[in-house]
Design a protein around this ligand. Structure first.
Ligand SMILES: [Zn+2]
Length: 500
């Protein structure tokens, strides 16, 4: 315990051990005040209890701590003296970062698997930046970097940059923080994964592009190259705090964080507010979810090829942040297809092969429009070759069937019917594939195995189908037989064809 007779604590230098103590006390007070003044939170556990801080910390084995940490067990902060034992890591953003781990632990309780640990780190970085701006201390100019005063890596630089996380470069532990979400983020080193959330938060607070804030230069890019308008740090922090304390759980990942922050923004500012759209667009800018343009958000269009004579059913899925229904129209669809103006469902049977310069236009009640132009290919199908190019999701440990209509093919199928299949799955050899003939006969195409993890399957199989008539609706059935020990994402049946 530090005691002092004149109530003047430390002297601003590391020579006086009380300096680290008073810095730690300042960090604890300021973090407490931030949570109290902005959110009415009464301490880390919201129970009015103060936490203690330990400086110049050594473990019971006498090992000096270089960094700082929060521990739920002692409900306390521990601060080390830096890598060289001479520089206590007691700056405000470190204190706020670590104590926010305590808040997260007392609320969402983000856990140890998937993307949750990375999200946990990101939330601590977000609140650390918000605490610095709340304090607005001229001796620690507020910024969107971490540990800029502590020189943790001995290079005089911050350890994290929220406007463009990859700017930190590859650290001594061998990673650079991610600017954008990728499917590989799950299970990676948490501070690397935190880049996604840090970048989201910077964009939500300040927006994309170049700017100078309190004398610090930033330049924040976006995944889709489209600009994002920020809503200000105070509102951004309010959205994250409400999401953290009301909607996030121990297993929340980035997709779940998007949902949680959208719910929080709807609660605070309304589901038709600019803030709500800014939350969605800031996530889209780090490759999490879809974005609003002209107040209309649309899921990726189902633009994979169609085939002549094969029935098509493709749903355009869109929503608006404004009142009233959406309407749908289209130009230059593959001949034989049409769009339902109220539902956005495209149906029909393509009549002619070719590349079509299709345009789909979504319009809201206030006449805002969102327009998508793309080349839509109609494949030749008929004669001896029939193809269904529609992509189907193979449900995890489930079954999917894709139909294929065969017409004008009298008589039975041949004894060397060719079945060509394209699918993607993390363990494609674990897919069991059957062909269902029009009369219901099941013809085995591919058994389970071998036990080799291969990401894709692009194969042509020959089966004896001479016992069944050719004409009618065939189906390809894919059964996901992935062993339960593998936690893989669902795969896709991309296309399949029959050659008679
Ligand atoms: Zn942390």
């Amino acid at each position: 315990m530090f005691t002092d007779s004149d109530d003047v604590w430390g002297d601003g230098t590391t020579a006086n051990p009380g300096t680290a103590a008073v810095d730690a006390a300042y960090g604890a007070q300021t973090t407490w005040d931030f949570y109290h003044d902005n959110f009415g939170r009464n301490g880390i556990a919201n129970d009015g209890r103060g936490s203690s801080s330990r400086v110049h910390y050594e473990s019971v084995q006498g090992v000096p701590l270089a960094n700082a940490n929060w521990q739920d067990g002692c409900f306390c902060m521990s601060y080390g003296d830096g890598a060289d034992g001479q520089h206590p890591v007691t700056s405000l953003d470190i204190a706020a970062h670590e104590m926010t781990h305590g808040v997260t632990s007392a609320t969402a309780g983000l856990g140890n698997s998937g993307e949750s640990p990375g999200l946990n780190e990101a939330i601590s970085d977000m609140m650390a930046a918000a605490v610095e701006f709340h304090a607005d201390n001229p001796n620690d100019v507020p910024d969107y970097t971490m540990a800029e005063l502590d020189d943790l890596h001995g290079d005089g630089k911050p350890i994290r940059y929220m406007d463009r996380p990859s700017k930190a470069g590859i650290s001594s532990v061998g990673y650079a923080p991610l600017d954008y979400w990728t499917p590989q983020a799950k299970g990676q080193e948490p501070h690397m994964v935190a880049g996604v959330g840090d970048h989201f938060f910077y964009l939500l607070a300040e927006g994309s592009g170049q700017k100078t804030i309190s004398g610090v230069d930033y330049d924040s890019p976006t995944y889709d190259g489209l600009p994002v308008a920020g809503i200000g740090l105070t509102d951004a922090a309010a959205v994250v705090y409400r999401a953290l304390t009301v909607y996030m759980t121990s297993t929340t990942d980035y997709a779940g964080a998007r949902t949680a922050t959208l719910q929080a923004a709807a609660d605070l500012y309304g589901g038709r507010s600019d803030a709500y759209e800014a939350v969605a667009n800031s996530w889209a800018a780090v490759n999490v979810g879809i974005r609003y343009v002209n107040h209309i958000a649309a899921e990726p269009l189902p633009t994979e090829p169609v085939a002549v004579g094969q029935p098509v059913s493709r749903q355009i899925t869109a929503s608006s942040s404004r009142p009233g229904p959406l309407t749908y129209s289209a130009k230059s669809l593959p001949r034989g297809l049409s769009i339902n103006h109220t539902t956005g469902l495209i149906t029909g049977r393509p009549g002619k092969a070719g590349d079509y310069n299709s345009v789909i236009i979504i319009t809201d009640a206030a006449r805002n429009t969102r327009k998508f132009s793309f080349t839509w290919t109609a494949l030749a199908s008929g004669g001896h070759f029939f193809v269904n190019p529609t992509t189907y999701v193979i449900p995890k440990w489930g079954v999917v069937e894709s139909p294929l209509v065969v017409r004008r093919k009298p008589g039975n199928a041949p004894n060397d019917l060719k079945v060509a299949i394209d699918l993607d799955h993390g363990f494609s050899n674990a897919m069991v594939i059957d062909l269902i003939a029009p009369d219901g006969t099941v013809i085995h195409v591919k058994p389970w195995g071998p036990w080799v993890l291969t990401p894709d399957l692009h194969e042509t199989y020959t089966v004896d189908a001479s016992a069944v008539p050719a004409v009618g609706t065939w189906k390809l059935r894919v059964t996901d037989g992935t062993p339960g020990i593998f936690d893989l994402d669902p795969g896709h049946l991309q296309r399949w064809s029959l050659t008679f």
